[in-house]
Design a binder for this molecule. Structure first.
Ligand SMILES: [Zn+2]
Length: 400
């Protein structure tokens, strides 16, 4: 077994290199959907990983930024083994120009900047982990595939297939998204759905002949309460009517109206129940009005399976050797871990750096968490805790 405490110290000595690389990535703004900028950043990241001797395959996209599929096949590692899959993204929610208001800056151990915490800092952490593993002669237990994508913040439309196909072939997926606020890893995530309701009524002059109108807004009011009643918070199903709209003027009976619904579910059964009821239970109160419902589940739930628990236990054991009491938790937010988990790949999420303010102006990471989190990743990839065989057994049983 290699010296994990020594590895952690070695990472602590590389923080200047770490900051240099992080600054470079953060100062290249990369909002989802900006193909030109994402591709430029993609090239920079590809070059850095190529320098480590990895096989970098640029996954060209027509509309979104190019994704990166990076494979690490160290000599002496059995290439027939199912690989680890490490998942992350380098698109951010921040529009171009954000850097002017919230520049990359360091205040003691806190590093601020758009896309630091979510999640460029984690891509650089992974790079440093591999860099140091190579330097210290520590090999992963099996090949490693790093998948860095460009559209996670907008639902992973173009990367989903790639994520799922890699997950189907992988031994297990490690998702480098931020942990919970207390540093806890994520072993369950809710599924995320999105629905849109369109209400078609009939317009009329509000003063002259209101009786001829069929108000889409009044109808929408009925439907909003109906939709809300489909929530089952006791089963983890919550609904949020985040946006509504309709009508054209005060003196016109509204001809049309609409609502957007965000749905969160803990199980596939609930996702199906909700989907059925959205279609079957929403009936117009006014028979002259037409309702149209579109949308559905975007990210299936990431369920806390036995394999996920085993992965967490491995992480917990590694953390314990470093003097950290690692805990697990669940979140209502989705990530690409939802996709890897749903195709049957054991998934552990929240392995990224500690920090705060995802999607907020005070977005930041805690530089002090780099040595521990990098060592945790190295420990997972090399299976330093040595309980691989148990996971393998459970996993094979499930797939057969
Ligand atoms: Zn993210």
């Amino acid at each position: 077994m290699w010296d994990i405490n020594g590895f952690q110290s070695a990472i602590s000595n590389q923080l200047e290199l770490y900051l240099h690389k992080l600054r470079q990535l953060v100062e290249m703004e990369s909002p989802s959907g900006d193909k030109v900028r994402l591709d430029q950043l993609s090239q920079v990241i590809a070059d850095e990983w190529s320098e480590l001797g990895m096989t970098v395959s640029v996954q060209n996209q027509a509309e979104s930024g190019n994704h990166l599929l990076i494979r690490w096949d160290p000599s002496g590692v059995d290439l027939q083994l199912q690989p680890w899959l490490v998942v992350g993204h380098f698109d951010t929610v921040w529009p171009v120009g954000t850097l002017e208001k919230m520049p990359f800056r360091q205040d003691s151990h806190v590093i601020y900047g758009p896309g630091t915490y979510d999640m460029k800092a984690d891509l650089v952490m992974a790079w440093l982990t591999v860099f140091e593993m190579q330097k210290s002669g520590i090999k992963p237990s099996r090949p490693v595939v790093f998948l860095w994508t460009t559209d996670e913040e907008v639902g992973s439309t173009t990367s989903r297939e790639l994520i799922e196909s890699q997950a189907r072939q992988a031994y297990a997926a490690l998702v480098l998204e931020p942990p919970l606020a207390n540093g806890a890893l994520k072993t369950a995530r809710k599924g995320v759905g999105c629905y849109r309701l369109e209400v078609q009524g009939r317009s009329a002059h509000a003063g002259v002949e209101p009786e001829k109108g069929r108000s889409a807004i009044v109808e929408l009011a009925h439907q909003i309460l109906m939709i809300q009643s489909l929530a089952r918070p006791d089963l983890g199903t919550t609904l949020n009517l985040g946006q509504i709209g309709g009508g054209t003027a005060n003196n016109v009976v509204a001809e049309s109206a609409w609502a957007e619904v965000d749905a969160r579910v803990s199980t596939m059964e609930e996702a199906e129940r909700l989907d059925d009821e959205m279609q079957s239970k929403l009936k117009p109160v006014n028979p002259d009005i037409v309702l149209t419902i579109s949308g559905g589940l975007n990210r299936p739930p990431m369920v806390r399976t036995l394999e996920t628990v085993r992965l967490f236990e491995t992480a917990k054991e590694i953390a314990g050797r470093l003097g950290v009491n690692l805990i697990e938790g669940a979140t209502g937010g989705g990530s690409d871990g939802n996709f890897t988990s749903a195709v049957g790949c054991p998934t552990l999420d929240g392995l990224g750096l500690e920090g705060a303010g995802a999607h907020a102006p005070h977005e930041q990471i805690d530089l002090r968490s780099v040595p521990f989190r990098a060592t945790l990743l190295a420990g997972m990839l090399s299976e330093v805790a040595g309980i691989e065989s148990t996971i393998e057994l459970q996993y094979l049983k499930k797939r057969s």
